[in-house]
Design a binder for this molecule. Structure first.
Ligand code: AMP
Ligand code: ZN
Length: 465
């Protein structure tokens, strides 16, 4: 089956054909670095990671760009309130973001452009939009005129007559009902304090939407393959990106738009403004393995809502253990297996895995194919073991699946199993009444940020926050 994706622009499943053969250029809306990203945000980044990894699995060369929004209404509000510079304020959240990406084993994009480092590119675009009649000045600010762009509304499938012609919004994030001309450049006001740029457009700063148009086109060209984000980005953010980009170039901006559904908690979207959020740090601090978080985020189809629960995390842990134990079982399997049986088990698993993923990243049947593979190979091992060449073929298959899943062959997993081995050594030392050794192991682990807790049901461990 050919690889196909649901394109939000057409609302259809479309076969994926990159603009340039063998190469995929994709843009992913990144975090607004005004606080730690929560696991709802990481649902978006995990979906994009699975997309990226599967494109690599399909042997495409991928160039991915993820922006860092380090200037908008919220970053300015919070840095001014804290009395620190915008860059000092956002730096700590950028660092946290990259630490969490690593914990969740999310592959790095090729470029992470920061908005504040691309003001000249935005100014060039805004000047072009003024020349093209797509933008106008009002006071010290500049607005995009949506009536100049007849296709406005095509991504969100809004009708032009629903839009409020002539009305204007200044805030970066606005409600669906108020679709209207939006700010490209915001003239400086007292509220901005020390945050402004002196440019040919005057003293001020860019609006939020223009940054993604300017930075995506800078790194990926004026026309590229895939643009992703959460469904809340469809309107107004992505609608505005299309209007600004196509208003500037007169050409099609993006071929395929892909949007993930929300992660919800008790029926409500997880959001900072709702106060119902967990960060990766919160969950790791409670002793959860970050890869279990990754598993939960990726195991539901990206276009389905995902209801986050702690029980879900526990289930993910069991799935991870099963995969990890399988790897160990294969490593230790020696014997004289029936190569035809092993090869046909592998072929069936690969076909099942790819059929799911090719179908708009439908991961549930793909995971089912992986777990069937685990069960069937385990049963072969129990009967005959594995010959050396069969063992290599099975391990290569697991490695291929895991190049997409990112669960089994990771440093984090190795660290976890090392911790578990040390805990077992401590239990053995205590049994042998070697309390000095047991205390030493506890102290060594504490030095590494691992806290042990002896409970009636055994020793538990967690990472220090
Ligand atoms: P923000 O920092 O709010 O711009 O969000 C960054 C990314 O996370 C965007 O693609 C959002 O659509 C996405 N996002 C925000 N909240 C959630 C959620 N609860 N579930 C899934 N994605 C989300
Ligand atoms: Zn964006």
């Amino acid at each position: 089956m050919a690889l196909r994706f649901l394109n939000t622009l057409t609302r259809k499943l479309e076969n994926f054909e990159p603009i340039e053969q063998g190469i995929v250029r994709m843009y992913t809306c990144g975090p607004t670095v005004y606080g730690p990203a929560h696991i709802g945000n990481f649902r978006a980044y995990t979906f994009e990671d699975i997309l990226r990894r599967y494109l690599l699995y399909k042997k495409y060369h991928v160039t991915q760009v993820m922006n860092l929004t380090d200037i908008d209404d919220k970053t300015i509000r919070d840095s001014n309130a804290a009395g620190i510079s915008l860059s000092d304020h956002t730096r700590k959240f950028k660092d946290m973001f990259f630490r969490d990406l690593d914990r969740l084993n999310i592959q790095r994009a090729e470029h992470y452009p920061a908005a504040t480092e691309h003001i000249p590119e935005m100014v060039v675009m805004i000047n072009k939009l003024l020349e093209n009649g797509c933008a106008y000045r009002s006071g010290h600010s500049i607005y995009f005129k949506i009536s100049s762009f007849p296709k406005y509304g095509s991504l969100s499938h809004m009708k032009m007559e629903d839009l409020m012609a002539g009305a204007r919004v200044d805030s970066d994030e606005y409600e669906k009902e108020t679709a209207s001309d939006f700010a490209l450049w915001k003239g400086w006001t007292d509220k901005d304090g020390p945050v402004f740029w002196e440019t040919s457009l005057g003293k001020g700063r860019p609006g939020w939407h223009i940054e993604c148009s300017a930075m995506s086109m800078k790194y990926l060209g004026e026309h590229f393959d895939i643009h992703t984000g959460g469904v809340d980005n469809i309107f107004p953010h992505h609608e505005n990106e299309i209007a600004q980009s196509e208003g500037t170039t007169g050409e099609k901006f993006v071929n395929c738009w892909m949007h993930n559904a929300h992660l919800i908690v008790e029926g409500r979207k997880m959001a900072k403004s709702e106060g119902n959020y967990f960060t990766v740090e919160d969950l790791v601090g409670q002793g959860h393995n970050p890869l279990a978080i990754r598993y939960v985020l990726m195991a539901t189809h990206y276009r389905q809502q995902l209801n986050f629960t702690i029980e879900g995390l526990e289930g993910a842990k069991a799935a991870i253990t099963r995969l990890k134990d399988f790897k160990t079982n294969v490593e230790n399997a020696h014997g004289d297996s029936d190569t035809n049986a092993v090869r046909s088990t592998i072929d069936k698993a690969v076909t099942g895995f790819e059929a799911g993923m090719d179908d708009d990243l439908n991961i549930s049947p793909s995971l089912a194919a992986v777990f069937d593979f685990v069960r069937e190979i385990n049963s072969i091992i129990a009967k005959t073991g594995l010959s050396e060449s069969d063992r290599t073929a099975v391990m290569d298959t697991l490695r291929r699946f895991d190049s997409v899943l990112g669960i089994v062959f990771t440093a984090e997993r190795d660290i976890d199993s090392e911790i578990e081995t040390l805990i077992q050594n401590r239990i053995d030392a205590k049994k042998n009444k070697d309390y000095k050794k047991a205390d030493q192991i506890r102290a060594d682990l504490l030095n590494r940020g691992i806290i042990l807790e002896d409970t009636p049901s055994g020793t538990k461990w967690k990472r220090k926050i």
